[in-house]
Design a binder for this molecule. Structure first.
Ligand code: SAH
Length: 314
């Protein structure tokens, strides 16, 4: 069985460890994720700003950093459009949860756009503190709040939110069923759930797993980015179906994010990038070193950038 440096299997999610092993590995993974983001978020913000997710591009002739920033906003807007989230004052979201919120870029954007109340959760204490500070500085302290909490055990009552938002956090979740079950639990009847996440390609008919050379690429990425086993978009769709969610839709946006990693690598290799990386520490440097593998994974079609959306029945 292939094992990553965080001790989590990169074999299909159906393969189970004993409950005690599983728990120990999940704790280790959570600690790694928290430390990774505690260490690297300041550097990311310094170079890339408040959004810690891919940009969405309509063509790949983008060169300026400002274009990448607007592409990150476009990603949020495209996700809302794909999920048909209404702008109508009667129907627009009023309560939003941002699961895996980073330093809160999406939360503040959504709170402003909809005039909604937004709660963000992250494993990283540094991120939660920074997210709250940015909210206060932007005059949003009464609308948005951030705390350290686990997406797999959310500190919210059932049915609280009418938009459940997970932007590039699902790939960190070691138990995808528990993840989507929690997203569903906190969703209000009729709420929209949006998951934008990294997946591996769907398996072909008759295939039981990815090819060894494909798993090798993913395993290297897992250990540096603190990711557990990957799953496919089709796996997510099956999980959502098993929870009787409605209007389940998915799309492959890999082509739309293609300019992102080359741009991140370019900035990492700039003077500012190199000095920030050296200052922030070993975990960030290891993360930077696998960035070319993300490009390889997309080129070889093993990594997919996916959006999966659905509605909780009324
Ligand atoms: N959605 C943000 C940040 C993406 S980075 C943005 O678009 O800017 C991934 C985020 O997922 C980090 O904030 C990390 O702390 C969070 N995360 C990963 N696993 C988590 C878990 N189990 N519970 C809560 N947050 C988690």
């Amino acid at each position: 069985m292939a094992t990553t440096a965080v001790g989590v299997s990169a074999t299909p999610m159906t393969e189970k460890l004993t409950a005690a092993d599983d728990d120990q590995q999940q704790q280790k993974l959570k600690k790694g994720i928290a430390e990774f983001y505690d260490e690297s978020s300041g550097m990311w913000e310094n170079i890339w700003g408040e959004h810690m997710h891919h940009g969405y591009y309509n063509s790949d002739d983008v060169v300026e950093l400002s274009d990448h920033r607007s592409a990150q906003i476009r990603m949020i807007e495209q996700a809302l459009t794909f999920a048909s989230v209404s702008d109508d004052p009667e129907k627009k979201p009023k309560t939003i949860v941002d699961v895996g919120c980073g330093i809160g870029g999406s939360s503040r954007y959504l709170a402003r756009k909809y005039g909604a109340e937004c709660h963000g959760i992250t494993l990283s204490p540094v991120q939660a503190e920074r997210a709250n500070a940015l909210a206060a500085a932007q005059g949003l302290a009464d609308k948005v709040s951030f705390q350290v909490a686990d997406a797999l055990n959310q500190p919210f009552s059932d049915g609280k939110f009418d938009l459940v938002w997970s932007m590039e956090s699902g790939e960190h979740m070691p138990d995808k069923l528990k993840f989507v079950s929690e997203l569903t639990r906190v969703a209000a009847p009729g709420a929209t759930i949006i998951i934008v996440t990294w997946c591996h390609r769907d398996l072909n008919p008759g295939e039981k797993s990815l090819r060894p050379e494909e798993e090798k690429i993913l395993n290297k990425i897992c250990s540096s980015f603190y990711l557990p086993a990957w799953c496919s978009t089709a796996d997510y769709v099956k999980l959502l179906e098993s929870l009787s969610l409605q209007d389940i839709k998915s799309a492959d946006w890999s082509g739309n994010v293609a300019p992102f990693w080359p741009a991140v690598i370019k900035t990492a290799l700039s003077w500012k990038g190199i000095t920030s990386l050296l200052r922030s520490g070993w975990k960030s440097i290891r993360g930077a070193m696998v960035m070319p593998l993300m490009i390889e994974g997309f080129k070889k079609d093993v990594i997919k950038f996916s959006i999966i959306t659905c509605k909780k029945p009324e």
